[in-house]
Ligand binder design. Structure first.
Ligand code: SF3
Length: 436
């Protein structure tokens, strides 16, 4: 089989004219960006569909975009840039739909204190992002004596009225997904994995008390069909109970409706100079060295600035005490990664209140990326014209120098450097050329 562009064998890595399989490395890079972004859109679309939400534009785009990555369809660089931005637009629609379905079913989240200690009795720990699964589990465990704990990206569940009303949803256990082998080993009860990121347990550890559901599967773990949790509840009852170990409380549940409820106060504090800047420190966590940048950055944010956060990257700093500015918390947990939709609503509302573009706001985006949903959210921010985003801990390896220079030229995206240097730059920005 020959490449129809360079007439060498397709996949010949010696090809210098076009690249592998007829694609230039830049087109290949943009197709990789698109594929990663589509995986993120698929995740949010999957959850929305589970809750009865379907968007035909998003579905049609999935077909078109995947088709675009088939061999020898498009060799036009601008066409691929356009598809990547359209992926961001469709991701926004998918996140908006998911937010609509979450709030219709479980109510608008409200700021909520969550215990991070444990309570005496049998327990089930739920990880992933699936609120519908958690709801079904809470209904079936009510009155059984089994307590339910959230792990990692499930923390924001505590803010939803229809979930927080269950008294046996007792707290949040553990931190970021990359700690789960250690944390699940130490948690004596049953563990339920609802979505990514789930890791394969080490040999002879918690595999016999690990359950998967829906999209997740791990060989050797018990997969739950439908929403019948009876076997898992029985397993949890047979396992050693957790002990009473009280600890501090942390806050979650700052949905955009809750933040906009404080909008007058926040705008007043900005106008009086008591709040100087907002930092959105959000995204994914990971095990790679260099991610302590985000903890250090959050700790070094000046006392007259507010940190907005979402995704699982926050477990690096969300148990620290940041205090408040005249009643407005300095650390505002908006929710899961898909709640980037809520963060965007906050940014748009602030821009309206100050009669400016989002890029003119005293607001900076400092993002960490790990998995595909982070790529789709980044594309959403590009689609909205957000400039000057800092990203780390490293740039995606599939971005070629040419693609990077297009992103830098159009969106002024920059890799993170050190917390001190980035804070200095972000608090003293050069004037922007155009607004979003
Ligand atoms: Fe985390 Fe996997 Fe990205 Fe939902 S759970 S944010 S990494």
């Amino acid at each position: 089989m020959f490449c129809n562009q360079c007439e060498q064998t397709a996949g010949n890595t010696g090809c210098t004219k076009i690249g592998v399989c007829g694609k230039s490395p830049d087109i290949q890079s943009l197709q990789d960006v698109l594929l990663y972004g589509l995986k993120g859109v698929a995740a949010y679309g999957y959850h929305a569909r589970d809750l009865g939400g379907v968007d035909k534009d998003v579905d049609a785009f999935m077909h078109e975009a995947l088709f675009k990555t088939v061999t020898n369809v498009s060799f036009d660089l601008q066409d691929h840039v356009g598809m990547a931005l359209k992926c961001g637009e469709m991701n926004l629609k998918a996140m908006e739909l998911l937010n609509k379905k979450h709030t219709e079913r479980f109510g608008n989240p409200v700021p909520t204190e969550v215990a991070i200690g444990t309570k005496k009795g049998p327990g089930i720990l739920v990880t992933g992002h699936d609120l519908l699964v958690l709801h079904e589990l809470l209904k079936q465990t009510e009155g059984t004596g089994v307590n339910v704990y959230t792990h990692s990206e499930m923390l924001p569940a505590h803010g939803y009225p229809e979930l927080k009303k269950y008294k046996h949803l007792v707290g949040n256990y553990g931190g970021g997904w990359q700690e789960q082998k250690k944390e699940f080993n130490e948690f004596p009860g049953a563990v339920l994995a609802t979505t990514n990121c789930v890791l394969i347990p080490p040999k002879n550890s918690y595999l016999d008390r690990l359950f998967t559901i829906g999209i997740t599967r791990i060989e050797g773990a018990t997969h739950i069909e439908g929403h019948d949790f009876s076997a898992m509840i029985e397993k949890a009852k047979s396992l050693p109970p957790l002990e009473d170990k009280p600890d501090k409380n942390i806050m979650t549940g700052f949905h955009h409706t809750a933040i906009l409820g404080m909008a007058d106060k926040i705008v007043g504090l900005v106008k009086s100079g008591k709040i100087k800047h907002f930092f959105l420190i959000g995204g994914c966590d990971g095990a790679k060295p260099g991610r302590n940048y985000y903890t250090e950055f959050a700790q070094k944010v000046p006392k007259d600035c507010v940190i907005l956060t979402l995704g699982c990257g926050k477990y690096r700093f969300n148990k620290l005490d940041f205090g408040d500015i005249e009643g407005v918390p300095r650390l505002i947990d908006i929710g899961q990664c898909n709640d980037a939709y809520s963060a965007i609503q906050v940014a748009v509302a602030l821009a309206k209140a100050f009669d400016c573009g989002v890029n003119e706001l005293p607001l900076s985006f400092v993002l960490s990326w790990f998995e595909q949903k982070a790529i789709s959210i980044l594309l959403t921010l590009f689609h909205l014209g957000i400039k000057g985003i800092r990203i780390g801990p490293s740039l995606p390896a599939f971005i070629t120098p040419n693609v990077l220079s297009v992103l830098q030229k159009n969106f002024d995206i920059r890799p993170i450097s050190t917390p001190d240097e980035d804070l200095k730059d972000l608090l003293n920005p050069e004037p922007v050329v155009s607004s979003a």
